[in-house]
Design a protein around this ligand. Structure first.
Ligand SMILES: [Mn+2]
Length: 269
């Protein structure tokens, strides 16, 4: 019995199947943790969703920004982007069933010595507090008025967390931190324009302040950062969709397996 954490799949179904073959995944004994962004930019989002859904409780997936983008597109909010590649999902006969399932994914998953989130956490949030905040968003996505939340979810303001935030503003900051963050200040002000690994002046990589005393944070979202395994963090987005690789890490003993990808998007976009 083993637990494998898998990086951003983004519709790379063939690479996912090759990876599972390489690790000898046995669904009777093993579990898969996905860091989110199962869909978009790659060629086979529909196959990925159907496959992971069928795994039932053998798979845990946290919501990524592309998964949330799929929800808003299905519900008719926000502009379609030219590089979206999940029309196969939107046009599928089981589209409703699939997006309703995506809407039930957690924002964060904590188990044993690991905490998984798509992008990251703010410096002033402990793991325990983050989990409570994650539940606030999960409840909003499951509530009867979830469409109101999705319609108001986007935007980069407020850029800074404050315990006194309420309503959609509060949930928007939680979503932005957990699904989009790369750089922030020590006060928790987020910056979303920089895409590389060099923080803008006054900012630092969000994980710099995490301590080894808490569960190691498993995340994806940051393909430029690539694979990074330390006591405190497990970064698994190795840019499969960009021609990098899809990565799996067995959490029990840190056995790493990677499957190279031909790439499905021109690098630099
Ligand atoms: Mn992402």
């Amino acid at each position: 019995m083993a637990t494998y954490a898998i990086g951003d799949v983004q519709g790379c179904y063939d690479e996912l199947q090759a990876l599972l073959a390489r690790i000898g995944f046995n669904r009777a004994h093993d579990r898969l943790w996905f860091v989110g962004d199962l869909v978009n930019r790659g060629p086979k989002s529909l196959e990925v969703l159907r496959f992971v859904k069928e795994l039932g409780d053998r798979a845990v997936v946290v919501l990524g920004n592309h998964d949330l983008h799929l929800l808003t597109q299905y519900e008719g909010f926000e502009r379609k982007r030219a590089d979206d590649t999940f029309d196969d999902v939107l046009g599928a006969p089981d589209a409703r069933e699939l997006v309703d399932w995506v809407r039930t994914w957690p924002m964060m998953h904590v188990e044993g010595n690991f905490a998984m989130v798509h992008a990251g956490l703010l410096p002033q949030w402990t793991i325990e507090k983050s989990l409570v905040l994650a539940h606030e968003v999960e409840q909003a996505l499951r509530a009867g008025n979830y469409r109101d939340f999705l319609a108001d979810m986007y935007g980069s303001k407020p850029a800074r967390w404050d315990d006194s935030l309420r309503g959609w503003d509060r949930l928007r900051v939680i979503v932005n931190a957990m699904t989009r963050i790369r750089f922030c200040t020590s006060e928790g002000t987020m910056e979303f324009r920089s895409r590389g690994t060099a923080p803008p002046p006054g900012y630092f990589s969000w994980y710099e302040t995490r301590t080894a005393a808490e569960p190691a944070i498993v995340f994806g979202h940051w393909s430029q950062l690539g694979l990074k395994l330390t006591e405190r963090i497990t970064a698994l987005d190795t840019g499969c969709v960009w021609g990098g690789a899809l990565s799996a890490l067995r959490l029990e003993d840190r056995w790493l397996v990677q499957v190279p990808s031909p790439g499905y998007q021109p690098i630099g976009e």
